[in-house]
Design a protein around this ligand. Structure first.
Ligand code: SAH
Length: 262
């Protein structure tokens, strides 16, 4: 009998942001192979009897094969395997590459989506990613290659001039990125936010302008949100401890009942 592999998005860090399905398959898994970006709080949901191991890729180390061979071996042995990834598996998560290997190996699998970092960050920083009259488009990109001004400028040229841009994996070279954006015609006063360690207990948000990018505080992992929506930010980021609180509000009271027909 063959086992099964779930490629699961663990969300940005806060375990309450797991999907119900992710929590269920995690609790039922025999084996959990997790990425470095997966938070310790999420790993606590794994059954104590399950075998867990990290298949994390570290910056500066050689790129490992598309799928760790232990995952295939466990699935072949009939195990229920969870391949746990930060955020959503299909957003800079190599979920597609791993799925391809599983498909080629004839191992049944399913993808469980997760809350991607930009969504977690936008929610806790109070930044709407689209907003009527302000932004009707969201671009998700990675500034990974923007290591020097030349690369950063050619990257900046590919970005749309309208709407909101969420940049992943780009906080190591913020000064270069800021300069490249300005040289490629983005307004120096354009609002930006850097959300570091979004939804984790030590989350921080730095807000400024494109010209100030190099001076904004960023702690990896961080997402950069660029666009006029940043200026529409409402409400202070909730303290992580307050996040589980439910708020009663009459702001959305149901519409008044229709007047009775005569
Ligand atoms: N699959 C993930 C992205 C993996 S690439 C997702 O959908 O979120 C890694 C990048 O994701 C980081 O460099 C950072 O830009 C972003 N990231 C992941 N977790 C984050 C977090 N908690 N806060 C801010 N950014 C995060």
């Amino acid at each position: 009998v063959s086992g099964f592999v779930w490629i699961v998005g663990a969300g940005p860090g806060d375990p309450e942001l797991l999907t119900v399905r992710a929590a269920r398959v995690l609790a039922a898994a025999d084996v959990v192979a997790y990425d470095e970006l997966v938070s310790a709080d999420v790993l606590e949901l794994v059954d104590a009897r399950a075998e867990t191991f990290s298949v994390g890729r570290r910056a500066g180390c050689p790129t490992p094969p598309a799928l760790d061979s232990r995952i295939v071996a466990h699935a072949r042995a009939g195990k229920r395997v969870v391949r746990l990834k930060g955020g959503d598996p299909h957003v800079f998560g190599r979920g597609g590459e791993e799925a391809r290997v599983l498909h080629a190996e004839g191992i049944p699998f399913a993808i469980v989506p997760g809350v991607s970092a930009a969504f977690g960050a936008a929610a806790s920083a109070g930044i709407p990613l689209t907003l009527r009259g302000v932004s009707a488009r969201l671009t998700i990109a990675t500034a990974h290659e923007a290591k020097d001004l030349e690369h950063a400028r050619s990257f900046a040229r590919t970005l749309p001039r309208e709407g909101t841009i969420a940049l992943y994996m780009g906080v190591a070279h913020l000064a270069i990125l800021g300069e490249a954006l300005v040289r490629e015609g983005f307004p120096p006063e354009g609002p930006v936010a850097i959300v570091s360690r979004a939804t984790l207990p030590d989350e921080s948000v730095a807000v400024g302008t494109i010209a100030e990018l190099g001076r904004l505080r960023a702690v990896a992992p961080a997402v950069l949100i660029l666009g006029d929506v940043v200026a529409e930010r409402v409400g202070a980021a909730a303290a992580p401890a307050a996040r589980a609180t439910f708020f009663a509000s009459d702001a959305c009271a149901p519409p008044p009942a229709a007047a009775p027909q005569p």
